[in-house]
Design a binder for this molecule. Sequence first.
Ligand SMILES: Cc1cc2nc3c(=O)[nH]c(=O)nc-3n(C[C@H](O)[C@H](O)[C@H](O)COP(=O)(O)OP(=O)(O)OC[C@H]3O[C@@H](n4cnc5c(N)ncnc54)[C@H](O)[C@@H]3O)c2cc1C
Length: 300
Amino acid sequence: MLSLETRDILQKSCQEILFDIQMKFFTTLKIGGCVSALAFPKNVRELMKVLNETKKLGIRTKVVGNCSNLLFPDENLDICVISTTKLKGIETNLAQRRMTVMAGETIGECFGEAVKYGLSGFERIAGIPGTIGASIRGNAGCFGAEIADILHSIKVVTSVGTIKKIGADELEFGYRSSVLQRSGDIVISAEFELGRADSKTMIETLKACAAKRKISQPTQPSAGCVFKKFGEISAGMLIDEAGMKGVKIGGCAISSVHANFIVNVGNGRAEDFKALVELARTNVKSQFGIDLEREVEYIS
Ligand SMILES: Cc1cc2nc3c(=O)[nH]c(=O)nc-3n(C[C@H](O)[C@H](O)[C@H](O)COP(=O)(O)OP(=O)(O)OC[C@H]3O[C@@H](n4cnc5c(N)ncnc54)[C@H](O)[C@@H]3O)c2cc1C
């Protein structure tokens, strides 16, 4: 718990800040205990201020977007979570087919803007429920497309508090990975280089992808795919073959719709989620000799 004095300092650095707040209200999994503070900077100035003040005060921070790929623990954490979800803004340069987007916009919101101008590139990935900043960090993708495909450059705040522009070609993108996972730079905005298509075709592509998602993914609270693919082998297929669809521990279950999703079926706890992850990993290892790598990030 932060002292009143510390709260006051943080409140002055960032207008919108909550104290002793349960993360389960902010994660797509609907799991997570209390954190000391949850700040929502509404511009880069506020973001820099809150980063600066927490550093001076020796408070640990974690920058998040929509918390759609995270597992927060059940117990309380002495941490200031900094959400980028209020860092909003999209500018379109139609002549150059470029869009400059603040980190807290979602991919879906970018699609919504791009489609007005017939600028294509977001339609296959628009169903990913993440912010632009986090999705670049993890090179989010689906249906054969990745965010890296359309990225031109980003602006980041570095670990020493400077703002830097980085070209997409310097980000060492791989499957669900980028250099940002190692550097810890915080994405504040991104510039995309888009193609041209007619809006009707773009909407049709979006709808086709949404329809595929609807039949292949669960609707209960989740954090998306739990494990990465093993080469070209789907982790969901391996977990399914291991006979684990529908297995339940506490308030979490391996989805019976898609075995690579662990869903919160009611009052799920982080411990339930982790126990299912270990069970799936152990069974896949013993039956197929394959070590699955986790995609969902554990916060501790
Ligand atoms: C139903 C469902 C379906 C999903 N489908 C897909 C899919 O098809 N493809 C896919 O790739 N993913 C999918 N996901 C996972 C998730 O949506 C993506 O990983 C997404 O990119 C995470 O974005 P976020 O804003 O929620 O990030 P968070 O979960 O909040 O954070 C993820 C990581 O990014 C870091 N981060 C957050 N913001 C920034 C920033 N501005 N700069 C640097 N680092 C930052 C965080 O510190 C954390 O380490 C799905 C999730 C759900 C719940």
